[in-house]
Design a protein around this ligand. Sequence first.
Ligand SMILES: [Zn+2]
Length: 415
Amino acid sequence: MREQTSLSEQTIFRNAKLADGSLADFFVTGGRFRAIAPAGKAPPADFAAVAPGIVPAIIDLGGQLVVPAFVEGHIHLDTSFYGDAWRPHIPCTNGFDVRERVAFQAQNLAAAAPMAERAKNQLELCVGNGSLAMRSHVMVDASVGLSHVETILAVREKYRDLIDIQLVAFPQSGILSSPGTAELLDEAMKLGCDLVGGLDPASFDRDVNGHLDVVFALAQKHGAGIDIHLHDGGALGLFQVEEIAARTRVLGMAGRVAVSHAYGLGDIPADALAKAGTMLAAAGVAIMTNAPGNHAFPPVAALRQAGVTVFSGSDNIRDSWWPYGDGDMLNRANMIGYRSGFYEDRELEAAFDVVTHAGARALGLADHGIAVGASADFVAMPARHVPEAVVAVPKDRTVYRRGRAVARDGKVLAR
Ligand SMILES: [Zn+2]
């Protein structure tokens, strides 16, 4: 276990290129930005006073672009085979079917390396690429019970110093159609999950109100947030988005509810989308999209314009759903921009915002960003500015956690 950053530890980072093009120096104490000043200035007077007699370490960032650590807003640490044997994708027998995919997943998992090992591989992949905050869904159902949650909670504890992880108790096999799941979700929240999950209330459980009653009641009981997987398209998807927004509003849960995928928002007419955007923004419901390659997905620019927090994640990496995914949220910003037809600098910056500041907002991370008082979690890379980083996706990055280098060139440094 890496020792915690001591409160008196001080580092000066010289010559950081900020997003606005200026060069800055960071004065970091105890893992937090104590001051951020134009490059070349002397340390602020109180910087020295924190730990008299201690000489701060100096790291020259050499004019590299320095950005906030990325936010991996949607991943599945328990079901990935990353680092394990290759599992060829098994196609559904008669078109995409969530139940059939869950069955393939159970088959694959039975033959996989231990979960803690696979989760660690995936987690280090993400940290190596610069994500230092993450939201992982963890499967809870009658067949696996709480075993996934228990394992991933232990992994989170082990990596607490390296990355902040929120866990969603995820009813992978539905709630009403998998008896006992509501009770298991309750237990998962008691064990330490942070959010209550959900899964296609209409198409999976075929009871929108019944499913959402359980999800929202558990969230209220535990004072927790909500993040619901919603794959249903078109009007059916839109209807559920509206129901979730309405409940969020009534219960005063603004800023604590997210809908993941929300494919339906990607295939409805513009006027319906505008209405949905206004409703989501007013209710404070965030939308997660990974900009899937073969699917309609929520229009990022239109939703942002309406004031909706749009964030992103890798979702599945080398698992039973698809073989893709690289755990790199900068590459994800590239995909979002590519799939959205973003060309202008301001659009590329928007794609970047989705994987940084908007992600932090969706996850409720008060400590995020390059700002005085925030945790000194940042990524340095060879790029002239954010738009160039989004299109070029430079891989030779250094990742700093609480003011210390924790990963370089995609690899987590020795612990
Ligand atoms: Zn997912």
